[in-house]
Ligand binder design. Structure first.
Ligand SMILES: Nc1ncnc2c1ncn2[C@@H]1O[C@H](COP(=O)(O)OP(=O)(O)OP(=O)(O)O)[C@@H](O)[C@H]1O
Length: 531
């Protein structure tokens, strides 16, 4: 079981779903925010409204190297028609393929324009209390990280033109809340999923701990009993200004593992999830102060290319295999959702467990598919386009998070503190991890139910096995009977053929006899006539 260090216990962060967080209001003296006109009742009325996952397509420009070597371009983007055309010829015959997406951004599209058109409205939804996810999907080197994180910061602290979705989202959140004079808190987490293991990209190395302790990152995924996935042991970092984000991104980027591949020297072979949780104090209703909460997940997936093409070998085979397992499961989840299958294999990989609510759940989701215009990447580009096109038909039911009263939030926090104290005690005494009594009882009850279910399934399986065995025996008997009948049929056919041949011989003989008789009759008549 995992144990927590006192340092972690201070900062333990929970969940892809918003967790109760201390209300860090930077300016308590500020006046109440003006209402932005959002009607929470209407948000609740929207409960059953299904919306499709939004899919955007971004094609990067040819790199300097590609331009220098005159690499052919096989992609044409029509932003106005929201179409991307893959110029393709087979045996001198032009067989272009055209795909339509919710938005298409060509090689000239600027980071700012993509953000303003596609992401800013999503961040507005987060500020209204929704959970939203944006994830980047595509082949290595097509610009996923460029789109999500973007270029380096300017010295002055302004956003550079190359800033990606993450810094722009943080800037928009701060700007909006400041303009409203809102009381708010913003917290971020940054995790990496690599070889089905989660690493906290924001966790500071504690030099006082020994190497073994440092390597043991007790981060695990847990279900919270309400169908939500919780990342246990993840540090939540409070952010007080938009400029701080670069320090966090740099801290995270430094920790991200990269491996050289034949396609891209510093190819990211892991998935990363950057989450921003916002708590905003709303106008008080009577005595009660209400707090709304929204969460934005920004997911940068590992390169989608297949293992053989990326040149991953031997030492990295496991690594590549695991990454593929997560992406394959993501593909299977998308297929199952599109085909309305009864079983969606979310549990088959950590990535799909993490993204569960974003695919077919209550989260608003947007996928940015990134492609290269180069002829060399044609095969992967077509596969990304097919994948992204399929994802367009996934339907989610976005639901705004319930507002919580400050009193309830504080109560939750006190409970959390108590739990963390117990965790620390358990860690100090090195006797495992503290689990509250109710949680333990609930886990035990679930375990009992699961054991009963397994027994029931085993019984059903054994009944089915017996049936299968019986049917097998029946099948074998029938098969033998069939062989006998076939043999008899063959004998009959041979007898029939023999009889037929005999009949033909007899008929031939008869014909000879008749003709002989006729000849004799003529001779006899001639003799009689001349005599
Ligand atoms: N739209 C773009 N405009 C200009 N340069 C771009 C664009 N997209 C990507 N690039 C450049 O292409 C290179 C590869 O991009 P990036 O690292 O973002 O790819 P990636 O898809 O994240 O790859 P990986 O899967 O390895 O993480 C970088 O040098 C980046 O600056």
């Amino acid at each position: 079981m995992m144990s927590l260090t006192p340092d972690q216990s201070r900062k333990v962060g929970l969940g892809l779903m918003p967790s109760p967080i201390p209300f860090l209001t930077p300016r308590p003296e500020r006046r109440r925010p003006e209402s932005r006109g959002h009607d929470w009742n209407s948000a609740r009325q929207d409960k059953d409204k299904e919306v499709n996952v939004q899919v955007l397509l971004r094609c990067r420009p040819l790199s300097d190297e590609e331009q220098r070597t005159n690499v052919a371009k096989v992609i044409a983007c029509n932003e106005h028609k929201r179409e991307v055309t893959v110029l393709h010829s087979i045996a001198n015959k032009q067989v272009d393929r055209v795909f339509t997406f919710d938005k298409v951004f060509g090689p000239k599209a600027q980071q700012r324009s993509i953000y303003d058109q596609a992401i800013a409205p999503i961040v507005d939804e987060v500020l209204e209390g929704f959970n939203c996810t944006v994830f980047a999907y595509g082949q290595t080197g097509t610009g996923k990280t460029y789109t999500m994180e973007g270029g380096k910061r300017n010295k002055g602290g302004d956003l550079p033109a190359e800033a990606g979705v993450i810094p722009r989202a943080i800037r928009q959140i701060f700007d909006t809340l400041e303009a409203q004079n809102a009381d708010y808190s913003i917290k971020v987490t940054f995790l990496e999923l690599y070889n089905e293991e989660i690493t906290d990209l924001l966790a500071q190395e504690d030099p006082s701990r020994n190497v073994e302790d440092r390597q043991k990152k007790p981060i695990s995924l847990m279900e919270d009993g309400k169908g939500c996935v919780v990342v246990r042991g993840l540090e939540e970092e409070a952010v007080y200004s938009a400029n701080e984000i670069y320090t966090l991104l740099e801290r995270g980027a430094a920790k991200r593992r990269t491996a050289d591949t034949l396609l891209n020297k510093r190819s990211s072979r892991s998935h990363s999830v950057f989450s921003i949780t916002i708590h905003v104090k709303e106008a008080a209703v009577g005595e009660e102060e209400l707090i709304k909460c929204g969460k934005l997940n920004l997911v940068d997936l590992a390169g989608s290319e297949n293992i053989s093409r990326s040149g991953a070998r031997e030492g990295r085979a496991r690594e590549a295999g695991e990454i593929n397992k997560s992406l394959l499961t993501l593909g299977r989840v998308i297929n199952a959702l599109v085909e309305h299958s009864a079983h969606i294999p979310y549990r088959d990989s950590k990535l799909t467990r993490l993204l569960r609510d974003s695919l077919g759940g209550r989260t608003k989701t947007c996928i940015i598919a990134t492609i290269s215009p180069s002829a060399h990447a044609l095969e992967e580009t077509l596969s990304t386009l097919d994948y992204a096109y399929r994802a367009k038909s996934i339907r989610n039911k976005p639901e705004a998070n319930q507002r919580v009263s400050k009193a309830v939030l504080l109560k939750d926090l006190y409970l959390d503190i108590e739990k963390l104290k117990e965790d620390v005690r358990a860690a100090r005494e090195k006797n495992g991890v503290y689990i509250p009594h109710e949680k333990f009882a609930q886990d035990e009850a679930e375990k009992k139910l699961r054991i009963e279910k397994i027994e029931q399934l085993e019984n059903e399986l054994s009944i089915r096995d017996n049936q299968v065995e019986r049917y097998n025996e029946l099948y074998l008997t029938e098969k033998e009977k069939k062989i006998d009948v076939e043999r008899e049929l063959m004998d009959c056919k041979m007898t029939l053929e023999k009889s037929n041949n005999e009949r033909l011989d007899l008929e031939e003989n008869l014909r000879v006899i008749i003709s002989t008789l006729k000849e004799k009759e003529i001779i006899y008549m001639n003799r009689t006539f001349f005599n």
